[in-house]
Design a protein around this ligand. Structure first.
Ligand SMILES: *[C@@H]1O[C@H](CO)[C@@H](O)[C@H](O)[C@H]1NC(C)=O
Ligand SMILES: *[C@@H]1O[C@H](CO)[C@@H](O)[C@H](O)[C@H]1NC(C)=O
Ligand SMILES: *[C@@H]1O[C@H](CO)[C@@H](O)[C@H](O)[C@H]1NC(C)=O
Ligand SMILES: *[C@@H]1O[C@H](CO)[C@@H](O)[C@H](O)[C@H]1NC(C)=O
Ligand SMILES: *[C@@H]1O[C@H](CO)[C@@H](O)[C@H](O)[C@H]1NC(C)=O
Ligand SMILES: *[C@@H]1O[C@H](CO)[C@@H](O)[C@H](O)[C@H]1NC(C)=O
Length: 491
C-alpha cells in the first residue's frame, strides 16, 4: 500500500533538486549525520540531532550487505521497448482496433520512455503530444508496431531530442498552433482502414483529447482486454528490476531497525530510511512510518511526531524506484531493544494487548501462545492463504477472499478495511486490483501483485504485512521481496 504519488507523477521540481543538493552534501561530508527535512517551500532545513546516528548506522548496515539484490537488475533496453510495442500491435489486432493512442504519462513511459514531467516539467501540457501505435503486417503475416507522434510543429525538434527508444528517426505528424490537431491526424491518413479509424485510448488520456479525436471522425474505445494485459504481464527484465527494488527496500527496513533507539520519532525514521535507500541507489517516493495507535489508520495521516518507546509496535510501509520500477512493501515489528519474551516471561499489560494474549490464554497455553494468538500471526496467516491463490486463472477476488476468511475467522473481519493488494510495475498501484468484488479479472502468468492484508485496531495499533509476488502458472507464485517476515522481532 502506498500513500503518495500514484495519482500524480513524481515531480522533478523543487523536491528532486533539494534531494540532489542533500545527497551531494551527504557525499561531500562522508554523510551528514543530521536531520534533513524538506519544508513546503522546498527549502532544506538541517537540524543536528540524534537522528544522524540512526542514518549513519542504517546506511552503513545497508551498504555493508554489499547490495547483492541489485546485481541482476539492469535498465530496460531498446530491444525491450520494441518488443513491448510489438506485443501491443498484436493485442490491437486481437481487439480489432486500428491504433493505440497515449499522451505522456506512465503508459507513454512504458512504451516510449517519456513520463509526463519528462515532456513538460511544470504542468500537463494543453497542446496534445500523442504517441500513436498502429499494427502493420509484413508479407509473412508477422504483425509489428508502427509508431507515429502527433506533435506541435515548434516542438518537433524537442520531441526528437528526447531520444526515445526507436531504431531510427521517429515519424512525426506536425500541427501548427492555429490548426485542429485531431483533424490533422485524421488527414494524415496513417491507418490503412476501410472504416473510420477505431482508436483505443489509454486510461490516462485526458477527456478533451478524447473528445477532440471523436469530433474529428475517429471512433474511440477505452483501454481493455489484451491491450491492457500488455503492461500487466511483465517481461523477464521487468521482473528482475521489481525483484531488486522490492528485496532492497525490505532489506533497508531490516537494516534500519537494528539501529533504532528510544526517543526517535516516526519522522526521524522516515527521513533516515529515505536517505539509506538513496545511498543504495534507490529513490524513495513514499514512506509511511507509524507507531502504535497511529498505525490504526492504514495510510496514517498523523504528523509523525510520535516517539519510539520500548514496547512500540512499528509499522513501516515504503516504496522506492529503481530504473523506473516501484517497490511497495510493509513490515510491522517491535524495536530491537525490546527483548523477545519467552512464553514463561511476564508480559506487561500493554504487550499483552498488542499480542492479543488474554490472561486466561496466556496462563493456559504458555509457550505456544506467541505463535498462535498474536494479531501479527493472524495477519501473516491471512497473507499465506492469499499467496496460495496467486495463480494463473484464479480470479482477483479469490486472492482477497482467502486472506479475508482467515482474519474474519479470527474475529477481526471488520478491522481489515482495504483490499488485499494490487498489481505493481512502473506504478506502485496498477491493475488488476485484488478486491473481493473483482471476479472478472483472471490472473495470468507474468503478472506481479502485492499481498498486504492488515488488521487495524482503533486507538491501539495496526498490523500489515506486504510482499510482492509473480504469478507462475499453476505453481506457488515467486516471491519478489527476498524473504517474508519471520515474526514481530524478525521483520
Ligand atoms: C529511458 O529514460 C531514462 C531516463 O528517464 C534513461 O536513463 C534511459 O537510458 C532511457 N532508456 C532507453 C532505452 O533509451
Ligand atoms: C509506418 O506507417 C506509415 C504510415 O502508414 C508508413 O508511411 C511507413 O512507411 C510505415 N513504416 C514502416 C517502417 O513500415
Ligand atoms: C502533532 O500532532 C499532535 C497531536 O496529535 C500535537 O500535539 C503536536 O504538537 C503536533 N506536532 C507538530 C510538530 O505539529
Ligand atoms: C498519533 O501520535 C500522536 C503523537 O503521540 C498523538 O498525539 C496522536 O493522538 C496519535 N494519533 C492517533 C490518531 O492516534
Ligand atoms: C511474573 O508474575 C508472577 C505472578 O504475577 C509474579 O509472581 C512474578 O514475580 C513475575 N515475574 C517477574 C519476572 O516479574
Ligand atoms: C488457464 O486457462 C487457459 C484458458 O482456459 C488455459 O489454456 C490454461 O491452461 C489455464 N492455465 C492453467 C495453469 O491452468
Amino acid at each position: 500500500m502506498s500513500k503518495l504519488s500514484w495519482e500524480k507523477p513524481p515531480q522533478r521540481g523543487f523536491s528532486g533538486l533539494t534531494c540532489a543538493i542533500a545527497s551531494v552534501f551527504c557525499l561531500a561530508t562522508g554523510y551528514y549525520y543530521g536531520r534533513q527535512e524538506t519544508s513546503l517551500d522546498g527549502s532544506l532545513a538541517v537540524q543536528t540531532s540524534v537522528v544522524g546516528n540512526l542514518q549513519k548506522c542504517a546506511i552503513d548496515n545497508l551498504l555493508g550487505t554489499g547490495l547483492p539484490f541489485l546485481e541482476k537488475a539492469s535498465p530496460i533496453s531498446l530491444a525491450d521497448f520494441e518488443e513491448r510495442r510489438d506485443r501491443l500491435a498484436i493485442a490491437l489486432v486481437a481487439e480489432d482496433v486500428d491504433a493505440f493512442v497515449v499522451e505522456p504519462g506512465y503508459t507513454f513511459k512504458y512504451y516510449g520512455n517519456v513520463s509526463q514531467p519528462e515532456w513538460e516539467v511544470w504542468e500537463p501540457e494543453e497542446r496534445p503530444f500523442l504517441m500513436i501505435v498502429h499494427p502493420q503486417q509484413d508479407e509473412h503475416g508477422t504483425v509489428t508496431a508502427n509508431t507515429t507522434f502527433l506533435c506541435p510543429s515548434f516542438e518537433a525538434e524537442r520531441a526528437r531530442l528526447l531520444g526515445m527508444p526507436f531504431d531510427g528517426p521517429i515519424q512525426i505528424v506536425p500541427w501548427e498552433e492555429h490548426w485542429d490537431p485531431y483533424a490533422t491526424l485524421q488527414q494524415a491518413n496513417i491507418f490503412n482502414s476501410q472504416r473510420p479509424p477505431r482508436l483505443m485510448v489509454d486510461e490516462e488520456m485526458r477527456d478533451f483529447i478524447q473528445r477532440g479525436l471523436g469530433t474529428a471522425g475517429f471512433e474511440i474505445v477505452g483501454l481493455k482486454g489484451q491491450v491492457e494485459e500488455v503492461r500487466q504481464i511483465k517481461s523477464a527484465s521487468e521482473v528482475e528490476i521489481l525483484r531488486a527494488v522490492n528485496t532492497g527496500t525490505v532489506e533497508a527496513v531490516r537494516q534500519i531497525r537494528k539501529c533504532f533507539y528510544p526517543g526517535l520519532t516516526e519522522n526521524d525514521i522516515a527521513v533516515a530510511l529515505d536517505n539509506a535507500l538513496r545511498a543504495a541507489g534507490m529513490e524513495p517516493f513514499f514512506d509511511i512510518v507509524l507507531f502504535d495507535e497511529n498505525a490504526s489508520n492504514p495510510h496514517g495521516g498523523t504528523n509523525g511526531s510520535k516517539v519510539l518507546e520500548p514496547e512500540t509496535f512499528v509499522l513501516i510501509d515504503v516504496g522506492a524506484h529503481l530504473y523506473g520500477y516501484s517497490s511497495d512493501i510493509c513490515r510491522t515489528f517491535f524495536p530491537p531493544f525490546l527483548e523477545k519474551p519467552s512464553g514463561d516471561d511476564n508480559l506487561s499489560e500493554r504487550m499483552k494487548e498488542k499480542l492479543q494474549v488474554s490472561d486466561h490464554l496466556f496462563q493456559k497455553k504458555k509457550k505456544n501462545i506467541l505463535l498462535t494468538q498474536q494479531v501479527w500471526d493472524i495477519v501473516f496467516e491471512a497473507q499465506t492463504q492469499s499467496i496460495h491463490q496467486i495463480r494463473e486463472n484464479a480470479t482477483a477476488a479469490s486472492v482477497d477472499i482467502a486472506a479475508r476468511e482467515v482474519i474474519t475467522e479470527a474475529g477481526y473481519g471488520e478491522t481489515f478495511t482495504h483490499r488485499v493488494g494490487h498489481g505493481i510495475g512502473i506504478k506502485a498501484h496498477e491493475s488488476p486490483y485484488l478486491n473481493q468484488g473483482n471476479v472478472k479479472s483472471l490472473l495470468k502468468t507474468g503478472m506481479t501483485f502485492t499481498s498486504e492484508p492488515g488488521v487495524y485496531l482503533v486507538d491501539k495499533f495496526g498490523v500489515r504485512h506486504e510482499d510482492v509476488f509473480l504469478v507462475q502458472g499453476d505453481e506457488e507464485p515467486v516471491l519478489l521481496t527476498g524473504t517474508r517476515a519471520g515474526g514481530p522481532w524478525d521483520p
